[in-house]
Ligand binder design. Structure first.
Ligand code: SAM
Length: 366
């Protein structure tokens, strides 16, 4: 397959371009390739340039699933600028044909910024015309392993063409999961845990590790959005929080409410899951979760790390190092996966589990 890659293109939460840029530069560096990263503050995307050979080598190493701050990982071609409103199709199709000679399908996307949202009515109208023109130009193939074409409009007259590889990308449009807010859930943060299950666990893990009858502790549970996710899977929850829990959840018969300090609470018997959404210093939470896994108090944990405004990337690195060292000191193998979810704000959500109990999947550090 002929490809003419210019660089890497990543989507991220607006305001987190610096972290996304730092992370991709580090991952490429670890793979032995230097990249030149460009990131405009609050744009919602990051570009990294390297020579063609390095980019091609990186396609075999980098996966979106292994990145924390990127919502999507693409391989970019040309940026078309100065398009006339009368014909945006022809120059984009030309750029797409120059990037790769066979796509499985295509998406038109925009960054997750208020400015770019105004482009979505234009891109919706454009989509059928673009599809027809790509079809006529012979840009599609039936090969399911072929890349997908992404056309990222960053202004009404500017678009970058890019491609993504199956199994190494987010399948969501704009890299943003569309999850339905359950009406009965007591808080919107329920979507955070729902998204964490979807994106931090494989489908097989979701089935194996979230079974009716399992047990969990929810630290910082009130009013109960995370507990609700567990209860809806018929998991028994001990909800630890001085705050008030949703009364309907308590009536489910699956929840015990303990008004205690989450840092001091110890379960009488080990549980399958620990989930933790306490607003606390990230390294304190990281140390707490590492201790639960090290002492065998739980097998799996999902927890939120609220990052400070400054040095967020360094703080996350410090937390993952802290967990790695705590578990290495008791010779406990583990898997740690961290991701800034769409439903996260100034924070990231992580999965920590004991391998074998969690199966394969994305690994960050051991
Ligand atoms: N996950 C919850 C939900 O989905 O409804 C929301 C949790 S809210 C962001 C944070 C909670 O952590 C608050 O209810 C607060 O009372 C609790 N919290 C903070 N520090 C705590 C501690 N040391 N022990 C127990 N709970 C704590």
């Amino acid at each position: 397959m002929k490809t003419n890659l210019h660089g890497l293109l990543l989507y991220c939460r607006p305001g987190f371009e610096r972290e996304c840029a730092q992370e991709i530069a580090d991952r490429c560096g670890e793979a032995g390739h230097l990249v030149e990263v460009q990131a405009e503050a609050n744009s919602g995307w990051v570009e990294a340039r390297a020579e063609g050979g390095a980019l091609w080598a990186l396609t075999r190493v980098l996966r979106w699933q292994d990145l924390c701050f990127a919502r999507q990982l693409l391989w970019s071609g040309r940026t078309v600028e100065g398009m006339s409103p009368g014909d945006r199709v022809t120059p984009v199709v030309e750029a797409a044909r120059a990037l790769c000679d066979g796509y499985s399908d295509f998406l038109i996307e925009t960054p997750d910024t208020d400015g770019a949202k105004s482009l979505s009515s234009m891109t919706k109208k454009l989509e059928p015309h673009m599809g027809e023109a790509l079809e006529q130009a012979g840009a599609f193939t039936d090969d399911p392993s072929a890349p997908r074409l992404h056309v990222l409009f960053t202004a009404a007259d500017r678009a970058t063409v890019a491609l993504s590889w199956p199994n190494r990308r987010s399948e969501w449009l704009n890299g943003i999961p569309r999850l339905r807010m359950p009406r009965e859930a007591p808080s919107r943060s329920t979507l955070k845990l729902a998204e964490a299950f979807h994106t931090l666990l494989s489908e097989d893990e979701q089935e194996r590790l979230l079974k009716p009858g399992m047990t969990a502790v929810d630290l910082g549970a009130a009013p109960g959005g995370w507990t609700w996710q567990l209860v809806s899977r018929h998991i028994h929850v001990t909800a630890v929080d001085n705050g008030r829990m949703n009364p309907e959840l308590l009536e489910s018969g699956l929840v015990i409410h303990k008004r205690e300090d989450g840092f001091r609470f110890v379960p009488r018997k080990p549980v399958d899951w620990l989930v933790c959404d306490m607003v606390e210093q990230p390294r304190r939470v990281a140390a707490l979760v590492a201790r639960w896994i090290a002492q065998g108090l739980c097998q799996h944990a999902i927890f939120n790390l609220k990052l400070p405004m400054k040095r967020r990337y360094d703080e996350l690195q410090l937390c993952t190092d802290l967990i790695g060292e705590a578990l290495a000191s008791v010779d406990k193998k583990h898997e740690l996966r961290c991701r800034q979810l769409y439903h996260d704000r100034e924070e990231v959500t992580c999965y920590l589990g004991v391998p074998g109990k969690a199966g394969g999947g994305r690994k960050r550090k051991r």
